[in-house]
Design a protein around this ligand. Sequence first.
Ligand code: ACO
Length: 324
Amino acid sequence: TPFSRITGTGSFLPPRRVTNDDLAQELAARGIETSDQWIIERTGIRARHFAAPDVSSSDLGLEAAKHALEAAGRSAADIDLIIVATSTPDMVFPSSAAILQHKLGIAGCAAFDVQAVCSGFVYALTVADAMIRTGSAKCALVVGAEVFSRILDFNDRTTCVLFGDGAGAVILEASNEPGILASDLHADGKHVGILCVPGHVAGGEVLGKPLLHMDGQAVFKLAVRVLEEAARATLAKAGKTEADIDWLIPHQANIRIMEGTAKKLKLARDKLIVTVDEHGNTSAASIPLALDAAVRSGKVKKGDTLMLEGVGGGFTWGAVLLTY
Ligand code: ACO
């Protein structure tokens, strides 16, 4: 089996939906001013979902995984590899993947987390593809799951309005038909300061601020450039051109970055899958959430060529081209 192919997708959003107006009201109580109009104009976000305090990334990932298994016609017992992309893991250790494995009622298969912030899902999918093609796995569960509400600074209006919680999952199986066609991953650690959660645990205490810090304009400028580069490199590796892309499914951070990338790839606006309006930025969960929404709405059909693209803290970025 020379290929790996997605055989099922699933997603889950925590039930509490917070509109921009809801959030503006909560922030006003802290003396911080924002508005639905500012958030929509700058980001395209209208609402996001926030998990209850006792709900973890693995809880959200479990629901997404169940939906993906059902779509693939598989049961948890068929899974022989679990990779969870998250920057908001349940614990320092063990991995959220190991915790998710137990919640799925299975044991024994390899399970680990991938930490590449908002690029986490394209990293995780690339690792799972490589493990399947080299024969280490046949049926992988690849999850992006986040509770970013836990690491937001609600005294910083420039960041707290941007993010949300959720999870998405795919089942990736060994296949004789082409699925994942090519991928391209990168990181440049010199940009650590423009997007980070600097807090860490030491001597039983949290040292440094355990809340998200971002220089939005610096991230914006880098993001548009590297997303175009990664997309072009991935197309070249697969021997394809922009014209072969049926759907662009980028990390859902900001509608202006997403539309800018589509334009650079000369793609019509209606080839861009958009969920940022209803989900906000869910980091590693945003691409599988958008993919599942596009599959379930009937937009993405079997045989379509999809370009997935992620960019985030690290700085990390990458793309995966696949036949659905
Ligand atoms: N409500 C109202 N006003 C605000 C808010 C808010 N929530 N936030 C900032 N402002 C104000 C600022 O204080 C500033 O006011 P000033 O002009 O009086 O100083 C004004 O709005 C404009 O601020 P800018 O920072 O210049 O706004 P910009 O147009 O750059 O938009 C944004 C900010 C949305 C963060 C943008 O830079 C962006 O999207 N960057 C990319 C961020 C991103 O995509 N991150 C995620 C990628 S990686 C990952 O997902 C982890």
